[in-house]
Design a protein around this ligand. Structure first.
Ligand code: 5GP
Length: 180
């Protein structure tokens, strides 16, 4: 039998900082796509709060859709494999697509998703990621819009989970798992 674990967390990025940064990213997107329609694709489930807040700050004709992939299991380490769990509801052909991710880590998920979406002939395809952990990258992918660059820590909150918990924390927090 393994030792019990005690989970504690500490705030890394406060809700007010998140709000300010999301507004700034939305302003940049609004400027970059002035006069055009955009189509936001949220990667479930982690990006759902970021997408909801971002979409409401963007001053453009905007539509949304969601896609779901499995990359991490119940723990903190990636399986290294990505698989499609839920596809888009609608075609993206001819649209200005912005893929909205919670966090860019090894890049395996984003690399997989970009390959899938490119084949569907969007007019343009770019990426908005709330968080970026560049030190962990295994694939040479990058986001066009980044909320925060963070150190190599496992974070939860504002949509990010640990075994499906903590998504509803208002701040982005570092999760600490210690053996008791
Ligand atoms: P990647 O494929 O870039 O390694 O990882 C992307 C996915 O892994 C994210 O969408 C997220 O679901 C998960 N992930 C990566 N780093 C973290 C982290 O620090 N915390 C949480 N909760 N999930 C993470």
């Amino acid at each position: 039998m393994g030792a019990a674990r005690r989970e504690t967390y500490q705030v890394l990025i406060r809700r007010t900082e998140i709000k300010n940064r999301v507004e700034a990213v939305a302003r940049k997107i609004t400027r970059d796509f002035k006069g055009q329609r955009i189509h936001l694709i949220g990667v479930l489930k982690g990006a759902c709060f970021f997408l909801a807040d971002l979409a409401r700050e963007i001053d453009l004709e905007t539509s949304i859709d969601f896609i779901s992939v499995a990359s991490y299991g119940k723990g903190k380490e990636s399986s290294g494999q990505v698989r499609l769990l839920k596809d888009l509801d609608n075609s993206i052909a001819g649209l200005n697509v912005i893929l909205v991710e919670d966090i860019l880590d090894t890049g395996l998920t984003l690399n997989y998703l970009l390959n899938v979406l490119k084949q569907r002939k969007p007019k343009t395809l770019c990426v908005a990621a709330l968080l970026d952990k560049p030190s962990r990258r295994l694939k040479p992918v990058k986001a066009d819009y980044i909320g925060f660059t963070i150190p190599n820590e496992f974070v939860v909150g504002y949509g990010l989970d640990y075994a499906e918990r903590y998504r509803n924390l208002k701040d982005v927090c570092i999760l600490d798992l210690r053996k008791q």
